[in-house]
Design a binder for this molecule. Sequence first.
Ligand SMILES: [Zn+2]
Length: 136
Amino acid sequence: MQDTHVPALARLDSALLAALQSAAADAQASGVNMHVTSGWRSAAYQQRLFDEAVVKYGSMNEASKWVHSPSLSKHVSGQAVDIGPTDADDWLIQHGNDYGLCQTYANEMWHFELATTPGGECPPQLSNPSDERAEG
Ligand SMILES: [Zn+2]
């Protein structure tokens, strides 16, 4: 795992970071390199991503299927990571629940959250971020 002093990792939830580090070490042992492509994000940065998505997808409604607004993003609260490259995503989809890590959106194979207890069962995936019902 990369330098944990950079804000993207340093400001992650410590339990999420610990789970990731242990998963990354085991993935490495089976020849899979795992990288956090996006971790913690500031609200301003998340807003920029959302604004860009509105331009790209043509409406806030469409954009919200791909990018959360800052108030909903688990990246802003330090509770989500995007993982790459694809073979690391595949590895984590297969083994993530051993560490409590789950792919939470069906359309984002790279996005993982600490969503169960180690060895537990991952909750059913939401089809996309606009399905989020947790917060009002
Ligand atoms: Zn993500």
